[in-house]
Design a protein. Structure first.
Length: 414
């Protein structure tokens, strides 16, 4: 039984005219940002590259003295921060083509190879194309559970799902390797939609990249540390763990909290550009962050804005977010956000809960906090299905109002 959204217009409580108007206003935001890109944005990305390389170089130099605990701690911290910035604000965003407009071969999606075990050529397919095109469509977006986690009731429970919490911890610890292996598409292998010969070719490419990263972090740089090679290895390993856990938390907070909805293939088949926008808005979640946390998250604290405009410069997401939130107010749509800890706590609760079969869970299959559909409104009493503007108040009635009323309404007896 499918529980994900099958009709996005009905779920959003918007008329067709509303959806078209929303799409036009989002198109206008894109045009405004594209037309205003310029020298200030170029300075931002160049300075970010310089800062990141300075952190990495500083960390490597300090680790020459890693036999001393203060030097070990400082070196691992500097290197961990450098790896986070390189992966989040540089690698991820550059490979999305956010800076291709500069026509700078150093900062171009076609040439950037990032400091992690996932080959860029595979990332640009599995992430940029598959995930961003099919965001949260169950059965099409491999990021829904990454092939190992059950994160929605639309994924049928199987006995091995009891290990959900363990898989989650393992994925967070070795996140760069999980991302690298993501392109193997284990779900397609299980369904025999992909051959093991095809997977073996992908694995060869991954193996070469893993080998290069391992040689750099655990052979070349430790060797340069001379007698301190052992402590340099442990510091490099710690820096990678720092990057892995932070990247994992940021990504999970943007995709799995309550309010980051899932969708069916049937909904996608009738989708146009305005409804693609709407799916990105309903399928993503933000977390509140100040300037430093925004920077360290690659501005993915604005995951909603990133999914709407993945190829616009990340340093502009904060101003884009102001306009997107105004549109959510105008069309009475939810703007899913919260503190970092709250968003992760909701994600972790879902992972724990869905280790169990549906029969042992509370709430109905269409009305659970982590999984919803337009049918959630039909199973409660006292709900109005009125679309557009309320004739009594003159105010627009959309999804946010419907969800607020739903919380007050009693559950209809089965």
């Amino acid at each position: 039984m499918l529980m994900a959204i099958t009709d996005i217009d009905t779920y959003a409580h918007l008329t067709e005219a509303d959806v078209e108007a929303l799409g036009a206003e989002l198109d206008a935001i894109r045009r405004d940002i594209e037309e205003s890109r310029g020298a200030a944005d170029a300075r931002y990305i160049k300075r970010t590259i310089t800062f990141q390389r300075a952190l990495a170089a500083g960390g490597r130099v300090v680790l020459l003295f890693s036999n001393r605990k203060p030097a070990w701690l400082l070196g691992a911290g500097l290197l961990g921060a450098a790896k986070i910035i390189e992966n989040m604000e540089l690698g991820h965003n550059v490979m999305h083509g956010q800076w291709d407009w500069m026509n700078d071969p150093e900062v171009h999606s076609s040439s950037w190879e990032w400091d992690t075990t996932c080959p860029s050529v595979q990332w640009k397919h599995s992430h940029n194309f598959v995930h961003h095109k099919y965001t949260n469509i169950v059965g099409m977006d491999d990021d829904v559970g990454y092939g190992i986690l059950r994160v929605t009731r639309d994924q049928p429970w199987e006995w091995w799902n009891v290990g959900n919490p363990i898989y989650n911890l393992t994925l967070g610890t070795f996140f760069e390797y999980g991302v690298a292996l993501h392109h193997l598409e284990t779900e397609k292998l299980r369904k025999k939609e992909k051959t093991y010969r095809q997977a073996a070719k992908d694995l060869q490419i991954i193996g070469r990249k893993v080998g290069k990263q391992a040689a750099k972090d655990y052979l070349i740089f430790p060797a340069l540390s001379g007698p301190n090679w052992r402590t340099t290895i442990t510091a490099n390993l710690t820096a990678n763990f720092i990057r892995n856990y932070w990247s994992y938390m940021v990504i999970f907070c943007g995709h799995f909290p309550d309010g980051a909805e899932k969708f069916t293939v049937a909904e996608y088949e009738e989708e146009d550009q305005p409804r693609w926008y709407l799916r990105q808005m309903l399928g993503s979640a933000n977390f509140r962050a100040g300037p430093i946390m925004r920077f360290m998250s690659g501005n993915l604290s604005h995951q909603i804005e990133h999914h709407l405009f993945p190829d616009l410069p990340s340093n502009r997401y904060e101003e884009i977010g102001v306009r997107v939130r105004e549109l959510c107010d105008k069309y009475d749509l939810p703007y899913t956000t919260g503190s970092l800890l709250n968003q992760y706590a909701q994600s972790f609760r879902t992972i724990l809960k869905l280790a169990l079969p549906n029969a042992l869970l509370k709430a109905t299959s269409d009305d659970a906090p982590e999984t919803a559909s337009e049918l959630r409104f039909a199973i409660r009493g006292g709900m109005s299905n009125h679309f557009g503007v309320d004739p009594d108040t003159g105010k627009r009635r959309g999804l946010r109002t419907a969800l607020r009323e739903l919380k007050k309404a009693p559950v209809q007896p089965a």
